[in-house]
Design a protein around this ligand. Structure first.
Ligand code: PHE
Length: 464
């Protein structure tokens, strides 16, 4: 029942048995929220671009989401059995073609074309995932990279050239915790066959300062927005009492005079070493905001530029936009409702106008449960309940197809294995709640019926 071909952004692709892209997800490939004027995702992109100025950095905002399996995984050194490749997690057009799961899919190509300086990509990325207020099958990432060429730096001294560039970067007043040494032989190794310690340490230092500056820019703007909103409230007489200065919001974003806190944490990516994540202390929690590292030298070699080395990072934009604008539900980004979009008009060209989003009324939730037996259960007591091929993400796709953005979240509430037959039964609770209107009973029932029908027809479950 899969289509033989699909068209994405004007190009036709032939599907095969690997095809698993739902029509809802396919329809989102043309939206390009990161390029939509005054959209919070686009505004977030602009803020990040402002920290990586041209001509040193070139911007690429128009890469097509359809890439090869090779570009998305193999070229970056993902092993053949890496879980990220699974069809339960990744949207495939066919065995060799997929919707990129990250902007790193363009690294190999850009390392080839980047003769010096760096680049920034912004793009939509796709991952099969659960349904809740912070997950959506499409989101946006930015990826940045910077390279230096041994053959082009003074005296061939790459480390010195990188440190000179670091000196030219602005300073900041954040509190930075960076407890680990730049490399660790097992946890976070230096690429000793390619880089000297001095070179890698210099590149790591340039990377860290650059990303600290980016995070400082983002979070200073988030604080300024919250403070401006609080001041407006106070002026309207709802906030501080007369004679008392307006107090900053007690949401943990901190007052402007309290320095921001960030920390570097060791990480692993197949295409960088050493690697880190950067975390920010925000609203009482350590929040992971990006992944990065010193690029694997094999990528530069493959790109035909073996004398270059450098760093790369990737950051998810929705997550940042959600805290910048206090957007409570990721579905809102896809809304065409004026009550959402109008709140950001004029902000892209004047970032001082960033203000927290004012939610429009919250509509009632309607919970409905669905219980079913998984298929493939063997009464003969086969493989541990017999559930072959079950993956929750497949259910999530069925729900998204049947009810789209009218579902707020989906949760497993009960799980049961029949003691005699070994059959496994699951019960999921679906929370129907539109962001835009109150759903009628009839609308909710119709959606729920479509979910049930989809589960039976597409996943072969037996409703209890
Ligand atoms: N692509 C990685 C992700 O999506 C992030 C990353 C980019 C890490 C570049 C290192 C370097 O998680």
């Amino acid at each position: 029942t899969n289509p033989k071909t699909v068209e994405i952004n004007g190009k036709k692709y032939t599907t095969d048995s690997w095809f698993n892209v739902s029509s809802t997800t396919l329809s989102l490939t043309s939206r390009k929220l990161h390029l939509q004027k005054d959209h919070p995702v686009a505004i977030t992109r602009k803020i990040i671009e402002s920290v990586f100025p041209g001509p040193t950095y070139r911007y690429y905002n128009d890469f097509d989401p359809v890439v090869s399996t090779y570009e998305n995984f193999d070229s970056l050194g993902f092993p053949p059995d890496h879980p990220g490749r699974a069809r339960t997690d990744t949207y495939y057009i066919n065995k060799d073609t997929l919707l990129r799961t990250h902007t790193s899919a363009h690294e190999a190509e850009l390392f080839r074309t980047t003769a010096s300086g760096g680049y920034l990509i912004s793009a939509d990325v796709y991952r099969r995932d659960e349904v809740d207020r912070s997950h959506y099958p499409v989101f946006h990432q930015m990826e940045g990279a910077r390279v230096w060429d041994r053959n082009k730096v003074p005296n061939g001294d790459l480390a010195a050239a990188v440190l000179a560039d670091l000196e030219r970067l602005p300073k900041h007043d954040m509190t930075v915790e960076d407890p680990n040494p730049p490399f660790h032989p097992e946890r976070n190794p230096l690429q000793a066959e390619y880089h000297t310690e001095a070179e890698a340490a210099a590149v790591a230092a340039h990377l860290k300062r650059s990303l600290e500056l980016m995070v400082n820019e983002i979070f200073s703007r988030a604080r300024a927005a919250a403070a401006a909103a609080a001041a407006a409230e106070a002026a309207a007489g709802r906030g501080a009492k007369k004679g008392k200065p307006a107090t900053p919001p007690s949401d943990g974003s901190g007052s402007a005079d309290e320095p921001l806190r960030v920390r570097w944490v060791e990480a692993y990516f197949p295409f960088t070493s050493p690697s880190w994540e950067l975390e920010v202390f925000y609203q009482g929690d350590w929040l992971e905001v990006l992944g990065c590292g010193v690029s694997k030298q094999e990528l530069h070699v493959q790109a035909g530029r073996p004398s270059q080395m450098g760093w790369a990072f990737g950051i998810g934009l929705e997550r940042i936009a959600m805290l910048l604008f206090k957007i409570p539900d990721i579905r809102l980004f896809w809304s065409r409702d004026e009550r959402f979009l109008s709140q950001f008009r004029g902000v892209e060209d004047d970032l001082t106008r960033i203000r927290p989003f004012v939610p429009f009324s919250k509509h009632p939730a309607c919970y409905k449960d669905v219980s079913f037996w998984l298929k493939g259960a063997s009464a003969a007591g086969g493989n541990l309940g017999g559930a072959v091929d079950w993956h929750e993400n497949d259910l999530m796709e069925v729900v998204r197809d049947a009810a789209g953005d009218c579902v707020e979240d989906v949760r497993l509430v009960d799980e049961f294995t029949h003691p005699k037959t070994g059959r496994r039964s699951l019960c999921y609770r679906i929370n129907y709640r539109s962001l835009e209107k109150t759903l009628t009973n009839q609308e909710t029932n119709e959606m729920h019926n479509r979910v049930v029908k989809g589960l039976v027809e597409r996943l072969g479950v037996e409703i209890r």
